[in-house]
Structure formats: structure tokens, C-alpha cells
Design a protein around this ligand. Structure first.
Ligand code: COS
Length: 389
């Protein structure tokens, strides 16, 4: 038998949590309300994450990164989201944007772009969605055509997280419309490439500190070696990427739910009504108990999925979708209930739980709506791909 404690978080992962929480308490949480109120990029969080190697922790050591495994990366994102969901999109989207390169890119592309990301030269965004390609991701209208010794890209990408801030973009584009998903290819585009521009920031319900903009590609000419993998491999790479990164959305959901629960618990112990703390009321205790139970169940599923991501298990697709779907539904329920615990105060911007409630909502939508996650899960189950736990 191994001497690793059975079914518990390894010590080094617990140490990662403590380190990130300390940074969040000191440098990220104090700015979260203002970032939301002003809908501004959380530059303090960006700088703090960069200074402590939590900016893009997933980048392997061979490309100059710190090589955090999938579970450690999840813990980083969870802890940042507990303080500020907008800020947690920095490490999360850096993984989403760059993972296609890590999964399918040539060695030269990996050295160049994963290296630049590890050095903090810029954030990395992921450009799959378009005005007519949301859930139907294969319906790509952006085109890439061979031109001289490279590629010419034209089209509009929509809902792009950290657009304008990021220096690097993975862009999915149609190279052969006849072949639908098999005619899609992936490319690296840089913000400084001629013909790249951005729309106005979307006015959103939550995650206001993370800019969401359209990306316009107007005759953008890029060198041939910027293709990720082979021509026609883009959709498969995009879907494989999401298998891994949906777990990071689950992590955001667990983090924001934990943040709301922690705040509600402290409040319930202090707030007095009928001559005693409201925490003494059994009705409220039942609510808090359900919140705690569901956050823990979401966390366990998320960590199990992270293990599968790290090992590349064959049931990863199911687990990535299940963790994202379950944890985001929990986040929505728990944050709404945290507002309920605080009553009228919870409904004001003087307390953080209404921000957490607004921020939680997006986790049910992005990286595939929870309806899409159920399609993905059902297909896996019907194909007979069962958990190998
Ligand atoms: N890993 C590897 N390959 C995959 C894959 C995965 N997880 N998922 C799909 N593929 C492959 C399929 O195997 C298929 O190839 P074959 O024809 O050789 O079998 C090909 O990709 C097309 O897949 P499929 O037929 O399932 O495509 P659909 O058009 O039916 O789309 C969904 C499937 C709905 C699951 C997909 O479009 C999707 O995930 N949509 C949501 C997109 C999303 O998350 N957007 C958010 C963007 S980031 S904010």
C-alpha cells in the first residue's frame, strides 16, 4: 500500500491553496468591489498573479512555466474566484487560449507562444464563438485562405474574454466549408497583426472586470507556421481543449460559491434578530447546511475531473462536462441563497454577495451552456464511456 493519505489533497496542493489565498486576501479581494463598480480590468490582480507565478500556472516547465498540474491549476482558479471571479479569468483564459497550442501545436509554436505566456508577455484568448456559432460551434463563418506563403483570415469572433487586453489569440476558422467540422483549422493570431481590431466592451450582468469584446479580422495575413496542428484539425483541438478547461469553469463556480458561503456564515453569526444571532434559527441552519453540502459535492467532482484531465483518462469528456454543469448550478443556487441570508443588505452593492450572484451566472453559460454539457454527457453515456474510477 502507498503511504499517500487515502483520498485527500496532497500537501503540495494544500500549500498552493494557502499561497494563493494569502495573495487574494492582500492584493485581489480589496479591489473586487471597485473593479466591478467601475467595470475595469483588475490590473492589481494581473500584477499580483504575474509576480507570484499564478498568471498562467499550467505552462509546462520545458516552455519556461511552473508546470502546475490540472488540480493545482484548478485550486489557483478556485481561490482567485473566491475573491473575485473577474480576476480568476486571467489564469483560466490563459489556459483556455494557449491549450490548443499545447495540445496540437508544433514544437516551434509551443516554444514561441507558451514561452511568451510563461514570461508574462501577454494574456492568451480563445476565439471560437461567432455571431452564428455559439452552441453550434462548427458553424464557423470566419475564413482562412492560403495566401502566398501564409494564411489570410477574415471574419468576426464574438464574446471573446479578455479581448483587447490579450496579446495572443487562438482563432478557429473555416479552411474548407464543404467539410463542416473537418474543414476547421486553428491559428495563432497576435494583437499586433495588421487587420486585427476590437469591438466595444459588452455591458454585462457580471464579471465586469473581465473585458468581453468582438475581435475583427480584416485581411489578417499570418505566416504559414502559425497554424496549430494540421489543416482541418481545428475543431477536434478546440473540443479537446474544452474537455480540459470546462474544469476550470467548475473551479470558478466552486470558488465563488465558497466565497458567498463564507460571507453568509460570518454574517449569520453576527446579525441579531429576535434577540439572538440569526444563525441560531434552525430554518437558516438548514439553508446554510445545504449550501455547504452542495459546495463540497461540487468541489469533489471538480477535483476528480481535474485528476482525469491530468491523466488524460478516456472519460474526461464526461467528467469535464459534468463538473462544469454541476458546479455552476451549485454556484447559482448558493450565491442566490447567500443573498437571502443577508436579506435586504444582500441585495445592495454595499455587500459582496450580490456581485457574487451576478458573477456566478456566467458559469452556467460560457465554455458551453449547461444544455450543451448535458448533450455532451448524454452522448458519452450512450456511447458506453463509463467512469473508470
Ligand atoms: N474530443 C475530440 N473530438 C471531439 C470532441 C472531443 N471532446 N467532441 C467532438 N469531437 C469530434 C467528433 O468526434 C466529430 O468527429 P467525427 O465526425 O470524426 O466523429 C467532430 O468533432 C464533430 O463533433 P460533433 O458531431 O459532436 O459536432 P456537433 O456539431 O454535433 O457539436 C457540440 C457538438 C454541441 C458538443 C459542440 O458544438 C460544442 O461543444 N458546442 C459548444 C461550444 C462551446 O463550448 N462554446 C463556448 C466557447 S468558449 S466561451
Amino acid at each position: 500500500m502507498s503511504d499517500i493519505p487515502l483520498y485527500s489533497l496532497p500537501e503540495e496542493h494544500q500549500a498552493v491553496r494557502e499561497a494563493v489565498r494569502a495573495i487574494c486576501d492582500a492584493k485581489i479581494a480589496p479591489h473586487a468591489a471597485e473593479v466591478d463598480e467601475q467595470a475595469r480590468y483588475p490590473q492589481e490582480a494581473h500584477d499580483a498573479l504575474l509576480a507570484t507565478d499564478f498568471f498562467a500556472p499550467h505552462v509546462p516547465e520545458q516552455y519556461g512555466g511552473v508546470g502546475a498540474d490540472a488540480l493545482a491549476t484548478v485550486i489557483v482558479i478556485e481561490e482567485v474566484a473566491r475573491a473575485d471571479v473577474s480576476a480568476s479569468l486571467i489564469p483560466a483564459v490563459n489556459k483556455l487560449g494557449s491549450l490548443p497550442v499545447q495540445i496540437g501545436g508544433s514544437e516551434e509554436l509551443k516554444q514561441k507562444y507558451l514561452g511568451a505566456l510563461a514570461r508574462g508577455e501577454g494574456c492568451f484568448s480563445y476565439c471560437l464563438s461567432e455571431p452564428d456559432a455559439g452552441s453550434d460551434a462548427a458553424n464557423q463563418k470566419t475564413k482562412a485562405e492560403r495566401s502566398g506563403d501564409g494564411w489570410l483570415l477574415n471574419g468576426t469572433k464574438r464574446w471573446i474574454t479578455n479581448a483587447g487586453v490579450s496579446e495572443f489569440y487562438t482563432v478557429l476558422a473555416m479552411t474548407d466549408p464543404e467539410k463542416r467540422s473537418k474543414g476547421i483549422s486553428a491559428f495563432v493570431v497576435e494583437k499586433s497583426d495588421e487587420g486585427v481590431s476590437f469591438g466595444a466592451p459588452e455591458k454585462k450582468l457580471g464579471i465586469k472586470g473581465s473585458p468581453t469584446r468582438e475581435v475583427y479580422l480584416d485581411n489578417v495575413h499570418i505566416p504559414a507556421d502559425r497554424i496549430i496542428g494540421d489543416e482541418g484539425q481545428g475543431f477536434e483541438i478546440a473540443m479537446k481543449t474544452l474537455d480540459h478547461t470546462r474544469i476550470t469553469i467548475a473551479a470558478q463556480a466552486v470558488g465563488v460559491a465558497q466565497g458567498a458561503l463564507d460571507y453568509a456564515l460570518d454574517y449569520a453569526k453576527e446579525r441579531e434578530q429576535f434577540g439572538r444571532p440569526i444563525a441560531d434559527q434552525q430554518g437558516l441552519q438548514f439553508l446554510l447546511a445545504d449550501m455547504g453540502m452542495k459546495v463540497e459535492a461540487a468541489r469533489q467532482l471538480t477535483y476528480a475531473a481535474a485528476g482525469k484531465s491530468e491523466r488524460g483518462d478516456k472519460d474526461l469528456t464526461f467528467f469535464g462536462a459534468a463538473a462544469k454543469c454541476f458546479a455552476s448550478d451549485v454556484a447559482m443556487e448558493v450565491t442566490v441563497n447567500a443573498v437571502q441570508v443577508l436579506g435586504g443588505y444582500g441585495y445592495t452593492r454595499d455587500y459582496p454577495v450580490e456581485r457574487m450572484m451576478r458573477d456566478a451566472k456566467i458559469t452556467q453559460i460560457y465554455e458551453g451552456t449547461n444544455q450543451v454539457q448535458r448533450i455532451v454527457m448524454a452522448r458519452q453515456l450512450l456511447a458506453g464511456i463509463q467512469s473508470n474510477i
